[in-house]
Structure formats: C-alpha cells, structure tokens
Design a protein around this ligand. Sequence first.
Ligand code: ADP
Length: 204
Amino acid sequence: MRVVLLGPPGAGKGTQAQIIAGKLGVPAISTGDIFRANVSGQTELGRKAKVYMDAGDLVPDEITVAMVKDRLAEADAAGGFLLDGFPRTIAQAEQLRASLQELGHGLDRVLELVVDEEELVRRLSGRRMLVDGQMVQRDDDKPETVRHRLEVYREQTAPLSGFYEDEGLLARIDAIGSVEEVTSRALRALGADTDGEAGQPAAV
Ligand code: ADP
C-alpha cells in the first residue's frame, strides 16, 4: 500500500506513521527525520537543510524531492510505503505523482489528520524528544517558530487537501483523542482494520 499522511505540525503524524506503517508492513518515511539525521550527522544535506528548518521554513523543493526520490528507490519501498511530511507543497505532490508514474505506480490513499490550531500550539510548545538520554525541545518547537510553521502549513501545505480530494484519494480523520483511538480511525479509513472485519458473522 502506498500512503501519504497529511496534517499540520503537532497533529501526531510521526507517532501514527510508525504504528500504521508497522500494521501495513511498509516502511514509514519521514522527511523531517531524514533531515534531522543529516543535521546531527553534519552532512552536506544537513548543513543546507538546517538553515530552513531552524527558521521554520520549508527546505527548497529541489533538495527535498531529490532526497525522497532516492529514498523511494530503495528496495524496502518497492512494495509500498507510508510518507510522513512529504509532500508539503503542490509542486512536491506533482513531482511525487510523476516519480511514481515512472515506476508504474500511484498512491492508494492520502490520510489527513485533522486537529484545530489551538490544540496544535498547546501540543507543540509542550513537546520534548529524547536526545542522548535527555528530554530536549526541538529547535523549531520554540513558540515563535511554531507560529511560523503553522503559517507555512496553512499557506503551502493545506492546499494539498483539496488537491488530493480532487484525485479521489483523500480521507480525513479526527486526530484528537488517544493514540489508540486515532490509530483505529486511521486503519478504518485505510480499510486495514482487521479487528472490525474479524468479528463479522458468517452468512447463514
Ligand atoms: P512537523 O511536521 O512537526 O513540522 P517535520 O519533522 O515533518 O515536522 O519537519 C521539520 C522541518 O523539516 C520542517 O519545518 C521543514 O523545515 C523540513 N521539512 C520536512 N519535510 C519537508 C518537505 N517535504 N519539504 C520541505 N521541508 C520539509
């Protein structure tokens, strides 16, 4: 299955991506994680990306698209993938469609996690991650950067919702609730909720 997870910063994409990809048996590919790994590894790509990330801006499409194209060409993504954080602009979505077409594929579903902005600000300002045994705040989770990232989302990424709706691929789910609740809504929307189906009575 080839799936894109869409949603604003703080919607829980990273958490859900790991769980859902595990259930689907496909790799979760997060552009944010790849960029962060490159920043900590002090690679050339990381050095370029860091400037934009720290400002809460998008890394330019040409850098991001080439990186995703390489990642999707790896063997583990041949049978499917779950993309988290990509595409984030209409141009990225168009390039993704073209890359997949070259491989003779298309997306199966785009799942949008819906959370209102008040809740997002609350979640992001309290968010911490574990680095070398310590809980630290991501540089781009500082309040002023968070506000800017939400603006960037509204202007550049939110239009993808309509783009994928027109393609007949979009499913929106309410992403407020426990992690388990959101996961089961997501799996239902993907038609992958084995629990529900297993309980169906046999025809008499
Ligand atoms: P969040 O979803 O919480 O904003 P991510 O980990 O997905 O966080 O992304 C962190 C940062 O990495 C973004 O603010 C942006 O600078 C960069 N980034 C990630 N994915 C993309 C993308 N598809 N296009 C451009 N920049 C990206």
